[in-house]
Design a protein around this ligand. Structure first.
Ligand code: ZN
Ligand code: ZN
Length: 391
């Protein structure tokens, strides 16, 4: 089959690789009909996530048709149309039973790698390094889905791929980011990053009752998309983010701040941003933290900082004192995708939201290399690329 394979920083290729096979009775094989490139794939593309190996198949946002199931899978049949959560979960361990699906105890066969870095391992992930299980991803014609009796979520035939594909990751991720803000009526929520997760966080914040959402980015087409989602916007290249937020909120700061950027923040020319850039390039620091610093400094007293953006390493010059002084709550982590699927499918089916609004480009799987570059460089007003293996 054809699959998008990682070969090093800024080097992805569409290779011919062996078809996946059932290796466990709880597996299924899915023929991928649509898959997307995620902002977090760019961290792999940039080579900043450890434990990648040449030839690894990328992709954790995908859906398709079940073409084979293992003997223990009774809930799926050949021909079922499913969306697959990017977090792999067994459904039986203590975290899974507690609906903390992205913290599954059983789905990462390389847990020891994550334990070295983090103390304990979270769940395995599709197409996201050996530290997260080394699972082949879904930017491919076919994919093996472990724990298929738990993960794949059937979607109705009257909803197009493009309307349901993002249930695999970015819609639940944006929604959980907003839910983590414990929004109450009248709240003002600020969102850093107007990429797809940021846009879903904006929409979700409104769905959950926010009165105003203020979105921060610097790329005109992303700011325009945010305004189309009814957010007010701040261009961080033109305005001082902290001062502008203070003015826009009558001097009290947002009730919640969402960091939908993560470890590769571009920074706004501040000293901290220059320091991050220098230190990460010299391998003296792991993450670029400008957005995290801003969310903590900007957040109003007693507020929440919600972090759907991916971080990997250690904090450098993060104002933990400000978080303490203002009594902030910090919430973060990989999305518990499974928990949100029925709820979010209902929102789609009821017409409350059509997730396809984030898509800017569609391309055949064979064009993945150019698509990654375009998505990284945000050229041609690119916000989200869907790859179609059959196109
Ligand atoms: Zn993703
Ligand atoms: Zn589990």
């Amino acid at each position: 089959m054809k699959a998008v394979c990682w070969h090093g920083a800024h080097d992805v290729r569409v290779d011919t690789v062996p078809d996946p096979e059932i290796v466990n009775p709880r597996d299924a094989i899915v023929r991928v009909t649509s898959t997307a490139i995620c902002g977090s794939d760019l961290h792999l593309y940039d080579g900043v996530i450890p434990t990648m190996a040449a030839g690894d198949i990328l992709g954790h946002e995908f859906m398709g048709e079940v073409v084979d199931v293992g003997g223990a899978v009774t809930n799926l049949r050949r021909g079922d149309r499913v969306v697959v959560p990017f977090t792999i979960a067994c459904g039986r361990c203590e975290p899974c039973q507690a609906q903390l699906w992205s913290l599954c105890d059983n789905s990462n066969p390389n847990a020891w790698m994550a334990e070295k870095l983090y103390g304990y391992s979270a769940s395995g992930l599709f197409g996201y390094s050996h530290m997260y299980g080394g699972y082949a991803g879904g930017q491919a014609e076919f994919v093996r889905v472990p724990f298929a009796d738990t993960g794949p979520f059937k979607v109705p035939s009257h909803l197009a791929d493009e309307s349901v594909l993002f249930l695999s990751d970015i819609f639940p991720t944006g929604y959980m980011a907003a839910e983590n803000c414990d929004i109450t009526a009248g709240d003002v929520v600020a969102v850093w990053g107007c990429g797809p997760v940021g846009l879903f966080a904006i929409k979700s914040a409104f769905i959950l009752g926010a009165e105003r959402v203020i979105a921060i980015d610097r790329i005109p087409h992303r700011l325009r998309k945010a305004r189309e989602c009814h957010a007010e916007t701040i261009d961080f290249d033109r305005e001082d983010v902290l001062e502008t937020l203070r003015v826009m909120t009558g001097g009290r700061g947002p009730d919640a701040c969402i960091d939908a950027v993560g470890l590769e923040a571009h920074g706004s020319g501040s000293l901290g941003a220059y320091s991050d850039a220098a230190k990460t390039s010299l391998k003296l620091a792991t993450d670029r933290l400008e957005v995290l610093r801003q969310t903590i400094m900007a957040c109003g007293k007693g507020g929440t900082v919600s972090i759907p953006g991916v971080y990997g390493g250690y904090l450098d010059n993060v104002p933990i004192g400000a978080a303490f002084a203002k009594g902030l709550t910090l919430k973060m982590g990989q999305t518990h995708v499974h928990r949100y699927l029925p709820r979010l499918l209902t929102l789609i089916d009821d017409g409350v939201i059509d997730p396809s609004f984030v898509i800017s480009h569609r391309a055949p799987l064979s064009a993945a290399s150019a698509a990654y570059r375009m998505f990284l460089e945000k050229t041609d007003d690119c916000t989200k690329v869907v790859l179609q293996p059959a196109a």
